[in-house]
Design a protein around this ligand. Sequence first.
Ligand code: F6R
Length: 357
Amino acid sequence: EKGTYDHFMLKEIDEQPFVIRKIIQEYQDEQDNIKVDGNIRAAMLDADRIYIIAAGTSYNAGLVGKQVIENIAGTPVEVHIASEFSYNMPLLSKKPLFIFISQSGETADSRAVLVKTKSLGHPSITVTNVPGSTLSREADYTLHLYAGPEIAVASTKAYTAQIAVLTILAVDTATEKGIKLNFDPLQELGIVASVMESLTDQKERFAKLAKEFFTGMRNAFFIGRSTDYFVVQEASLKLKEISYIQAEGFAGGELKHGTIALIEDGTPVIAISTQENVNYSIRGNVQEVSARGANTCVVSMEGLEQESDNIVLPRVHPLLTPLVSVVPMQLLAYYAALHRDCDVDKPRNLAKSVTVE
Ligand code: F6R
């Protein structure tokens, strides 16, 4: 059921605008208000701190989710790598709520944390694409991603669906708390869907950029600050897992603390700049690496762009920029892998769901 697509990954990248629209529809009532299950609503209101537990791409979505929930709903959030949680268990608040993010709902590392937190009597929600999965059955409540089956090993539409669903959850909690928002979240998500579409319509451009920046390269760096730092971590994971190019995502400010030593003539450095308050600083980083020979690719947003930028994203709400800035990153990774004749949908050494700890 790949249809006309060569790979599931490309099909799933293309499905993202439809998934966002589906999520808007599924989490809306007849009066166009956000509707979330009453038990989940109550659990969110009761919590004094949220602990997000996840692995891989779902962890990267959790980083964005933390920012969204804290900004919109005002509840403190911590994000933990599932496999590290038991060794470095944080001191828990009085009323913790655990949110497990898992596309498959089968990740053993996350399940191990759920078993532990359940035995301690703490409430839990699983955000998953597979209702009926282990994590969904064993948690108290489930939030469905409605992304449709994700077949490619590299996760794409689940990442954006996870961020969208966490945004809806945050807005619902804010409304219940009586917090007034200065934007219409469902309308903003609708804009996101259209912008995603405008990006997936430009595949040849991203194929060309992938060729230009990654051909023959052994490593690549992604840099960003603030919200963009979360997205560069996902960007580097996408590139490394399917193209086998060694890639890392760094906070722009950390470059001078070590990483800049790795920059050589021709090293690809992809910078994302979608946030007004860090635009100036990240562009400083671009100049620093460029002066040391890096081949720089800048992805910015309307209103912050400079003439030399390689990709200028249409404007979306500042909290929701990861939903659109990740799309070029997914496409760059896809075409980099394709140009290197890699098995895009089934990269070596990886499994779609990791059911061992
Ligand atoms: C990366 C990828 C993995 C998964 C991770 C968690 O593209 O697919 O990093 O995100 O194994 O899987 P789930 O979300 O099923 O718990």
